[in-house]
Design a protein around this ligand. Structure first.
Ligand code: UT7
Length: 328
């Protein structure tokens, strides 16, 4: 089996920070409600004129520098996002390629909501298995605040903007870590529980106002239950098929959607608190970007050291979910 190396990873957080108190001026809510229901204290928001692809490009530049690799060496650009610059085309991956001067073999977007980054890892594994000379840039970037209806207090308090990126390759190069395994799942039966629309569902004439489904819509309570169940199950599955126990995991980086979901999954897995990485308090839910953002932050904080096994897991709209195991 081809060894998949993680050559470098990076992240980008927009400068503008919006606290819960600031949000209370836009929507009928309170810091106390948001913190107690979600653990979120702030989120970051793209500046006017700053695009989702700009955030992804900045994360990619940091990943390229970390990998010590030039953009010219990149053969594939995969971008996980549910808030692309353009809904249909060009892909955000093509815009990021252009920003970086990459003229590779493939550039395309992955639409798997919050699971896009783990889906991207699994796809990268497939590409590298049949093209071991490829150098893959996987970017996960989101501009979710551009799809927030600020009058909807059930969703507007939860999401933020951000980006993460990773460079993957195969062959003899050692890299920072190895991707030991990844596993993805999907079940569309409940796809209407979490939507971000604006697609061809509605016929628009020039000048029409957008329909309500243009914005994030979510039945939070239902999504919560499925998220806890699916995240727990996929973690158990990937551990079992690698003959690992929870105790073998040095750091668990779950999707940062809600602290209560993270705690519920942690307790079902019997994962010690000090092995679970949390940064949802500072970023809110950044969808596909959440895991690579957390990974870079954990690494910068010294929470990841050589020799460690790191478990990633995610859940998102669709529904989609997945997990990955990294060996540092
Ligand atoms: O990336 C994966 C996708 N998303 C998620 O993982 C999110 C999953 N769901 C959740 O995280 C939680 O369901 C929420 C945080 C969205 C909501 O928490 P909840 O405990 O399920 O609250 P709820 O929706 O059942 O609402 C409880 C009450 C309601 O009032 P009443 O009917 O009890 O009087 C809501 O109207 O809280 C009210 N409420 C709010 N109050 C203040 C809902 N949103 C707010 C708000 N501020 N922002």
């Amino acid at each position: 089996m081809t060894a998949i190396h993680i050559l470098g990873f990076g992240a980008y957080t927009p400068e503008r920070r919006m606290s819960n108190d600031e949000l209370t001026r836009l929507v009928d809510t309170s810091d106390e409600w948001i913190v107690s229901r979600s653990g979120i204290r702030a989120r970051h928001v793209l500046a006017d004129g700053e695009q989702n692809s700009d955030a992804g490009t900045k994360a990619a530049l940091q990943a390229l520098e970390h990998a010590n690799i030039s953009p010219e060496s990149i053969t594939h650009v995969l971008t996980a996002t549910c808030t692309p610059d353009y809904l249909c085309c060009p892909s955000t991956a093509c815009i990021i390629s252009s920003n970086l001067g990459i003229h590779g073999e493939m550039a395309f977007d992955i639409s798997a909501a919050c699971s896009g980054f783990i889906y991207g890892l699994d796809l990268a594994k497939g590409i590298l298995s049949h093209s071991p000379d490829a150098n893959i840039l996987l970017v996960a970037t989101e501009a979710l605040t551009r799809r927030i209806n600020w009058q909807d207090r059930g969703t507007s308090v939860l999401f933020g903007d951000g980006a993460g990126a990773m460079i993957l390759g195969a062959g003899s190069s050692t890299g920072k870590a190895q991707l030991i395994d990844s596993k993805c799942r999907a079940d569309g039966a409940q796809h209407l529980l979490l939507t971000v629309g604006g697609g061809s569902n509605h016929r628009y004439e020039p000048g029409d106002a957008v329909q309500p489904d243009f914005y994030i819509q979510m039945q939070g309570r239902e999504v919560f239950k499925v998220a806890v169940r699916s995240l727990t199950a996929i973690c158990r599955e990937i551990l079992s098929r690698n003959e690992l126990e929870v105790g073998d995991i040095d750091l668990f980086i779950p999707h940062q959607a809600n602290l209560r979901i993270i705690e519920a999954v942690g307790s079902r897995l019997a994962m010690p608190h000090d092995r679970i990485f949390v940064n949802v308090d500072e970023h809110g839910n950044t969808s596909a970007a959440s895991i690579p953002l957390a990974l870079r932050e954990a690494w910068e904080l010294g929470r990841i050291q050589p020799g460690m096994k790191v478990l990633l897991s995610t859940f998102g709209g669709g529904f989609t979910w997945g997990a990955a195991l990294l060996q540092f």
